[in-house]
Design a protein around this ligand. Structure first.
Ligand code: SAM
Length: 271
């Protein structure tokens, strides 16, 4: 048997792999495997997604901010090279989506071998920019309704996606900011950095989701805004969800609301 997955500080999460479908090592090490749970994407030895479970992550990363905004027409995605965040954003029928991904090989490999984007990369509303997300937002003159950061775990490529300068630049160009804010179970130090570096936002809230494909199965997200309320309003969410008729497998307005009710130990970490 051959095993692959993520080995971290004091833990490992491995899956039996039937076949290695793709591997390259340039800017980052990209690997795609076939497992019992569908295809698995690793970048620099960290699990990015597993086909069977990826919606638990992408639907919560996308539909929470998209349903929080009253009318998200222009959306910016930083990272997200596998195309799944883009796929979910397009379900809201926005006018324009800009996706800024630093590593074009992630997009090329995922388009060809992962095939979870549902043709999103080819959608005429989508503009793909191959660039470092940090320098893009620093120099960006355009405004967006929603900005979503779907970055990798901190590595030399993604580390500055957690800096105060990056968050400040993001806050200048968007109404709603949302990011995956890592694991409350084993990345406490990094989460504290995120809490500190985003403290300038007027409105800010963390939410969690059960994500079976990531180590320890629980993941946190941050939603923030200097203009809009980010905490959920159930009646509004129910109406928007019914009106938009978006197909989901994981997200519901009920789950959206409950995701903000944090267990005590996580709430303590996030304040
Ligand atoms: N959901 C995943 C996770 O947390 O494990 C992230 C998935 S997505 C594949 C992450 C993407 O962020 C990668 O394709 C990576 O190349 C991209 N990325 C990392 N640093 C970046 C940066 N500074 N600017 C733009 N994209 C970046």
């Amino acid at each position: 048997m051959v095993w692959a997955g993520e080995i971290g500080d004091g833990y490992k999460m491995l899956f039996e792999v039937y076949e290695k479908i793709y591997e390259s090592k340039n800017l980052q090490k990209i690997e795609i495997f076939r497992t019992k749970f569908g295809k698995m994407l690793l970048i620099d030895g960290c699990i990015q997604l597993i086909e069977k479970f990826e919606k638990t992550y992408h639907e919560m990363l996308v539909h929470v901010p998209m349903f929080t905004h009253s009318n998200p027409r222009k959306v910016l995605i930083i990272g997200g090279g596998d195309g799944c965040t883009l796929r979910e954003v397009l379900k809201h029928n926005p006018e324009k989506v800009v996706m800024v991904e630093i590593d074009k090989e992630v997009i090329e490999a995922c388009k060809k071998y992962l095939k979870l984007d549902n043709g999103s990369f080819e959608n005429e509303k989508v503009e793909i920019i191959i660039k470092d997300g940090i320098s893009y937002v620093e120099n960006c003159k355009e405004k967006f309704d929603v900005l979503i950061v779907d970055g990798t775990d901190p590595n030399p490529t993604s580390m500055s996606l957690f800096s105060r300068e990056f968050f400040l630049s993001c806050s200048n160009i968007t109404d709603i900011f949302c990011m995956q804010s890592q694991s409350p179970a084993f990345q406490e130090k990094l989460i504290k950095t995120i809490v500190k570096n985003t403290s300038f936002f007027k409105n800010r809230a963390f939410y969690i989701s059960c994500i079976p494909m990531y180590p320890f199965g629980i993941w946190s997200f941050l939603i923030a805004s200097n203009k809009l309320e980010v905490r959920p309003n159930y009646n509004e969410l129910r109406t928007k969800f019914a009106n938009k008729r978006i197909e989901t497998e994981h997200y519901t307005p009920e789950l959206h609301v409950s995701a903000f009710n944090l267990p005590k130990w996580i709430a303590k970490l996030l304040t």
